[in-house]
Structures are given as structure tokens and as C-alpha cells.
Design a protein around this ligand. Sequence first.
Ligand SMILES: Nc1nc2c(ncn2[C@@H]2O[C@H](COP(=O)(O)OP(=O)(O)OP(=O)(O)O)[C@@H](O)[C@H]2O)c(=O)[nH]1
Ligand SMILES: [Mg+2]
Length: 286
Amino acid sequence: MRSGIVAVAGRPNVGKSTLVNALVGHKVAIVSDKPQTTRRRIFGIANGTDYQLVLADLPGFQRPLDTLTERMQHTVDAAFEEVEGVVFVLSARERIGAGDRFIAQRVFSLGVPVVIALNKVDRLKPGHIAQQMNAAARLGDFHALHPVSAKTGDGVGALRDELVSLLPQGPLYFPPEQDSDLSTELQIAELVREKALALTRDEVPHAISVEVDEIDEKVVRARLLVETESQKQIVVGRGGSIVKEIGTRARPEIEALLGRKVFLELVVKVRPRWRRDGATLDRLGV
Ligand SMILES: Nc1nc2c(ncn2[C@@H]2O[C@H](COP(=O)(O)OP(=O)(O)OP(=O)(O)O)[C@@H](O)[C@H]2O)c(=O)[nH]1
Ligand SMILES: [Mg+2]
């Protein structure tokens, strides 16, 4: 049995969480087209007959702006301890530049193998991919470089094999049927937040957090927190249309998770400056 943790690092929005889901073969982390979707470390666990590959999905590297983003960056820094390797995710659709070089300095100095995953190669011309692979290769002394599409699954199997080959002999850290370390409550909160992110834009997505208050046989109650009255109006929507749509989209996934039908009761609450409030962040698990 081979087992161990591999950290998944990179700039915001390059597709780290999408890639973790593809490697695990199941949705364990939420995804959105807005940067800073992932706020906490999530273990996505890929179980094979003779391996357990634990992927630490992380927030994107960023310059902290408030207590929330400070904690997110701290999570990233702390996650590199005791890993067998790092997947350094890049987006083939963007210029590989200063942001990536900044992260490269960090990950190539850890003393563990770094596997570069050049993501989002779907629908790119081969010449363009080759050019981006060259730029990626100049970032540091990598162990392997894999062009992948987390979206279509292209290259993901080969990347998984590569990562498993980095693992030492070891025990099962999690029961083999488990694919994430998030509690049911946190998974539900994340699913609701994912739908809220998809339905809002500009500054609003960053100001949204979700707390689950109750999960009982028939009802799940959750609160969407925002920071201002105007954000609340946006998330509620005209006549409640937006919050209703968030619920409509989240409910089937929550039901699949719980294995039963439930009512989903969502309320939107203003909690001024929650992103700077340590006690709220503690409760949200960030
Ligand atoms: N075309 C394409 N889009 C992708 C691919 N992988 C991810 N995306 C998209 O990229 C966006 C960001 O994906 P995420 O997985 O949330 O990115 P992330 O790196 O986890 O982002 P943060 O958590 O905010 O740091 C989403 O809109 C994804 O659908 C890919 O292989 N191809
Ligand atoms: Mg993410």
C-alpha cells in the first residue's frame, strides 16, 4: 500500500479544485469562475486498490487584504508541511508570469518533488500548448510536467499515476470509502456557497459565507452571510428570486449527499465586516 499527502498549489482560478475533483473522480471541492473560491484546505482522497492519494486542495496564493485572506494564505503556507510532493497548477490560457514565479520560488524550495500540471489545455492549438509547456518548464527544477484538462479529464489519469508514484509505503489514513475530510455540514455550506457564487458577481461573491444551522430528517436550514444591506438585496434578489434560485440549484446536490429528500431553508443575513471577525471565521472553519 502506498499512501500520503500531495499539496495542490497555484494562483487563484487556475483550476486547482476542478483538478482535485477530477483526480478523486468525484466532486469534493466547489468550483467557480471567480477567484478565491477555495477558502480552506480540503482533503480530496483518491482511493485505489493499492494506494491512497490524499490531495490537499488549497486557496490560491494571494496577497492578504483582511483577516479572511490572511488566514487563507496562512493555510497555504502551513499545508506544505509533511507532504510527499506538490502539484503546481498553471493555466495554459494565461500568461505564465510573475505570479507563477513567486509561487515557484516557494514550492521549488520545499525539498519535495514538484509536478507541474499545465491545466486548461482543452481547445488550445498544439503550438500554443507547446509554447506554454516551454514557459512552464523554465519555472524550476520540476519532477514531471503534465498538460491536462481538468474539465475534459484529458491527461488526468497519467497525472494521477505520476502522483501515486511519489507516495511511500504507508497505512490507510482514511477509510477507503471516504473521499473528503469535510463534515456533512461543511459540505452543505460549501454547496450553497457555490451556487451563490455562480449567481453573483463583482465584490458580492467575496462577501458571501454560509453557515448551516440545522440538518434534520426533513429540513436543512442555512444562513447566507453578507457584509452590507446592499449585498443582502442582491443575494435575495427581486421578490426573493436569487436566493430561491440558489436553493433550487443546491437542493438536488444536498439530497444526493444526504441520500434523502429535504426542504432547504435559506435566509440571508447581514453580518458587518465578518471577513475581519476572528470569531465568525473560527465558526466558519477558516
Ligand atoms: N476550459 C477549462 N476550464 C477549466 C478547467 N479547469 C477549471 N476550469 C475553470 O476554471 C475556473 C476556476 O476553477 P476552480 O477549480 O474553481 O479554480 P481554483 O484554482 O480552485 O480557484 P480558487 O479556489 O479560487 O483558487 C472554473 O470556471 C472552472 O470551470 C479546464 O481544464 N479547462
Ligand atoms: Mg479552488
